[in-house]
Design a binder for this molecule. Structure first.
Ligand SMILES: [Fe+2]
Length: 179
C-alpha cells in the first residue's frame, strides 16, 4: 500500500475533518521517527495515516481495529501494516504486542499527537478539544479555552506527562533506548 492508496482508503471511510487531521498528524510523526531510526518513512507514514481509518464507522472496541483489519486483509494489504494498526489498540495487545519499533512508535505518537492537537486548539479560540480523553472524562465533550484555564497548571503538566509517557513507558522495553 502506497501513500496515495492509503489516503484514498482513509477518505473512503472517514469524513470527519478532525479525524483526517489526526491521521495526517500521526503520519507526519511516524515519518519523522522513521527517519530518525533509519526505517522506511513511506512505510511508517502509511501506517500512521490509516491507523484509525475505521474509527468513524466502528468507534467502539473491539470493532475499531478488528473491522479495519478485516477490510485491509480483504484488500490484500501487507500483514505488517495490518499488525501495526491492530497493535495500537490496547485490547489487541495479546495478539499484537508492541514488540517492534513501528508498533511502539505508533502507540506513542498516537496519544501524543492527540494531546498536541488539543493544546494547539486551546491556544486559539474556544474550540472542541480532545483533551477530555486525557482528563479521563467518559464522554468526549467540548469546552472552551476559558474552561481549560481553570485546570490547574500542575494538572496540565500531569496530563502532558500521562499523554506522552503512558505510551512511552510501555515502550520502555529492552532495546527501546530510543524512547
Ligand atoms: Fe489515533
Amino acid at each position: 500500500m502506497n501513500r496515495e492508496e492509503a489516503w484514498k482508503l482513509l477518505n473512503e471511510f472517514t469524513k470527519s475533518d478532525s479525524l483526517l487531521k489526526h491521521a495526517l498528524a500521526v503520519e507526519a510523526a511516524m515519518r519523522h521517527y522513521a527517519a530518525r531510526f533509519n526505517e522506511n518513512a513511506d512505510w511508517w507514514g502509511v501506517i500512521g495515516l490509516i491507523h484509525d481509518f475505521d474509527y468513524e464507522r466502528w468507534p467502539n472496541a473491539p470493532e475499531h481495529t478488528t473491522e479495519g483489519a478485516r477490510v485491509l486483509r480483504e484488500r490484500g494489504v501487507d500483514e505488517e501494516i495490518v499488525g501495526a494498526m491492530l497493535s495500537h489498540a490496547t485490547w489487541q495487545r495479546d495478539q499484537y504486542p508492541l514488540d517492534r519499533p513501528v508498533r511502539k512508535t505508533l502507540s506513542a505518537v498516537d496519544e501524543l499527537c492527540g494531546f498536541i492537537t488539543a493544546v494547539a486548539y486551546a491556544r486559539q479560540n474556544g474550540v472542541k478539544l480532545m483533551a477530555g480523553r486525557f482528563l479521563g472524562w467518559q464522554d468526549w465533550t467540548s469546552f472552551t479555552v476559558k474552561s481549560l484555564m481553570l485546570v490547574p497548571r500542575w494538572r496540565l503538566a500531569r496530563m502532558s506527562m500521562e499523554a506522552g509517557s503512558s505510551s512511552i513507558i510501555k515502550c520502555s522495553a529492552p532495546n527501546a533506548e530510543w524512547v
